[in-house]
Every structure is written in structure tokens, then in C-alpha cells.
Design a protein around this ligand. Structure first.
Ligand code: TMP
Length: 221
């Protein structure tokens, strides 16, 4: 799924967001298949992670105890490496990049959940995601973000009894309420980039809504 697509097709960057337990993973795989069927080359990746270095940072962020600023700096360091090594080259080759979480997760988890300064996160976002281009620099953002919106209480029920929770999954519902509310604010601030997917429905209905969101934007036929 990762060979280059050099026929002039424009790269497409889609991120997937939601609180832990919102059920985005199966849909990411299904969407990768749907793009492949339509002849697109897909790069499946995730944050924090996606490169050797960023996966090492992921392991630290998900297991070690640290303050919110350290967490924010580590996820942005991982993101910088991921953008440089994987995302930008893939987009330049015209691939479809499907990324399980991106910067909205930092605003939601470190900004909302941990209550870390949104101003500092905004500064880091500009710093880390600036792309130098012949027609002028710009801040890289996904073309589309699918936000799997689910009540924290339902997500907690889904997570209960699942695999051993990581540092974030082990947080109480009150933490996830703050995370969910920060996602909602990101969505309000940039409504054209976001598609809100009601994740409390059956898996089949969620998948139908994912497809509709992609078709409405003519990303899939
Ligand atoms: P995942 O298990 O869905 O891949 O997500 C990893 C965890 O890392 C998830 O609980 C959210 C958290 N996270 C942050 O706290 N900040 C970030 O910037 C990102 C990308 C993820």
C-alpha cells in the first residue's frame, strides 16, 4: 500500500480523532481499503508515532509519568519527525495519508484533559507544522478530520474489560469529559475541516456516515 503514486494525483491528508474507546480504528482500516479499490496509494500511520524515533517517544508518553508541558513537547517532537520523514514525502508523492490522531489530539488531551496552555500549544503547532513551499510557507493541517464523537460514559463502558489500559485509557471519566469538550472547541473553530461522526451508532451506520463524509467532499466516489 506504500509505493509512490507519481501520476500527478494530489496528496490527501485525513486524520481520525476521538476519545479513547470511540471506535475509530476499524474504520481507518476499512477506509484504506476503500481508497485502494479506487486506485489510490495509501499510507496508514499514527500519532504519536509513525517513525522509529516517534514510536520511541510514543512509548514514553503512553507509559511514563510526566508533567503536561513535557508531554506536549514530546508529542510535538514526535510530530515534527513524523511530518518530516513520512507525512510530507507521502503527500508530495500524491498518496492518501490516513493518520490515527494528529494535533487536535494534543489540544484535546494536553490542552483539555491536562489543562495545559492553549496559547503555547498554538505556538508549537505553528512552529512544528510550518511547511516551506515555493509559493509561500503554510501550516500543515489535515484536509479532513473525522471526529468520532462519543459520550465519555459510553466510551468508558466500551473500554472496561478491554486490554490493559495505557496511561490515558486509565484516566477517569472527568478527564475524558474535558478531552471531549476540547475536541468540540477545535471542531467549532475549523468546521470545514471537521466531519463529526456520531460514534454511538452501530458499526455499520458509523461506516456509512464515514463514507458519506468522504463522498460529500468528493474524496471517494
Ligand atoms: P491511540 O491509542 O488512539 O493511538 O492514542 C494514543 C494515546 O495518546 C491516546 O490516549 C491519546 C494520546 N495522545 C495525546 O495525549 N496527545 C497527542 O498529541 C496524541 C497524538 C495522542
Amino acid at each position: 500500500m506504500e509505493k509512490s503514486q507519481t501520476n500527478g494525483t494530489r496528496g490527501l491528508f485525513i486524520s481520525f480523532e476521538g476519545i479513547d474507546g470511540a471506535g475509530k480504528s476499524t474504520h481507518i482500516d476499512a477506509l484504506a481499503q476503500a481508497f485502494c479499490v479506487q486506485g489510490r496509494v495509501v499510507k496508514l500511520t499514527r500519532e504519536p508515532g509513525g517513525t522509529v524515533l516517534a514510536e520511541k517517544l510514543r512509548a514514553l508518553v503512553l507509559t511514563a509519568s510526566m508533567d503536561a508541558m513535557t508531554e506536549a513537547l514530546l508529542v510535538f517532537a514526535a510530530r515534527r519527525d513524523h511530518l518530516q520523514q513520512v507525512i510530507e514525502p507521502a503527500l508530495a508523492q500524491g498518496l492518501v495519508v490516513l493518520c490515527d490522531r494528529f494535533t487536535d489530539a494534543t489540544f484535546a488531551y494536553q490542552g483539555g484533559g491536562r489543562e495545559f496552555s492553549l496559547e503555547t500549544l498554538t505556538y508549537l503547532e505553528q512552529l512544528v507544522q510550518t511547511v516551506q513551499a515555493p509559493r509561500g510557507d503554510f501550516v500543515r493541517q489535515p484536509d479532513l478530520t473525522l471526529w468520532f464523537d462519543l459520550a465519555p460514559e459510553i466510551a468508558a463502558e466500551r473500554l472496561a474489560g478491554a486490554r490493559l489500559p495505557d496511561k490515558f485509557e486509565a484516566q477517569p471519566v472527568t478527564f475524558f469529559k474535558k478531552v471531549a469538550s476540547a475536541y468540540a472547541k477545535r471542531c467549532e473553530a475549523d468546521p470545514t475541516r471537521f466531519a463529526v461522526i456520531a460514534a454511538n451508532q452501530s458499526r455499520e451506520q458509523v461506516w456509512r456516515d464515514v463514507l458519506i463524509a468522504l463522498q460529500q467532499r468528493a474524496y471517494l466516489s
